[in-house]
Design a binder for this molecule. Structure first.
Ligand code: DX5
Ligand code: ZN
Length: 223
């Protein structure tokens, strides 16, 4: 298995997305952070931008919704053609119904938890999802340091996924870089968001391959 590296365009040039997409052509998916200045204290862009992004790149978009009222807003991102739509458990009135709706539109359904939110309540329903995102920083901003205490949720989720032989991607997002990615992969994460670690690199494509190699080697050691 090869680990997935999803560069977060929160660290890209917001006036030059098309140009920046071309610098990360070897990415597995493109991670798109939607923020509403309500669920998190920061604002990025919404549906029209994501719709347009999916038109200018053949890459699958990995949309991470950091917004409130997801039951109402998330399906629109699936309808806009996003490959994967991840909403926050904390923002969903009925997470399972919403996941079913996203799948019925044709998107992969993801659920995310903030650092302070337990995964226990969602582990028994993982079959309803295609991805579990364990946030390794407080959502809202790029360039923060990974919060170590979030990693036990990665281990717990990996145990559950393996025990039940589920086809669920286990994603981490926040503070992932070349110094810690192998260790996080060894705990069982298989899908890695990296914002500043990719976009700050002189050669972004080379950094993506480097991160993927480190993660793939780490994941091979997980047990
Ligand atoms: C933070 C976002 C992340 C962010 C990660 O709320 O969800 O996707 O871009 O950035 P880095 O990798 O710099 O921590
Ligand atoms: Zn994100």
């Amino acid at each position: 298995m090869s680990a997935r590296i999803n560069p977060s365009i929160l660290s890209a040039d917001f006036a030059n997305f098309e140009r920046d997409f071309n610098t990360i052509a070897n990415a597995d998916l493109i991670h798109v952070d939607v923020m509403d200045n309500h669920f998190v204290p920061n604002l990025t862009f919404g549906l029209p931008m994501v719709h347009r992004m999916q038109q200018i790149t053949p890459k699958p978009l990995d949309v991470h919704l950091m917004i409130s009222e997801v039951d109402k807003w998330a399906p629109g991102y699936a309808e806009a053609g996003a490959f994967s739509v991840t909403f926050h458990l904390e923002a969903a009135a009925d997470p399972i119904a919403l996941a079913r709706r996203l799948r019925s539109i044709g998107a992969r359904a993801g659920v995310a938890v903030k650092p302070g939110t337990s995964v226990d309540s969602i582990l028994d329903s993982l079959i309803e999802f295609d991805q579990l995102l364990v946030m390794t920083v407080e959502p809202g901003f790029g360039g923060q340091s990974l919060i170590e205490s979030t990693l036990e949720k990665v281990s717990a989720a990996r145990r559950k996924i393996d025990q039940e032989k589920l086809d669920v991607w286990l994603q981490v997002d926040g503070g992932i870089d070349e110094s810690n990615i192998a260790r996080v992969a060894e705990l069982g994460a298989d899908t890695f968001v990296a914002g500043s670690a990719v976009f700050k690199a002189d050669d972004r494509a080379k950094q993506i391959d480097n991160l993927r190699d480190l993660a793939t080697a780490g994941f091979a050691h997980h047990h």
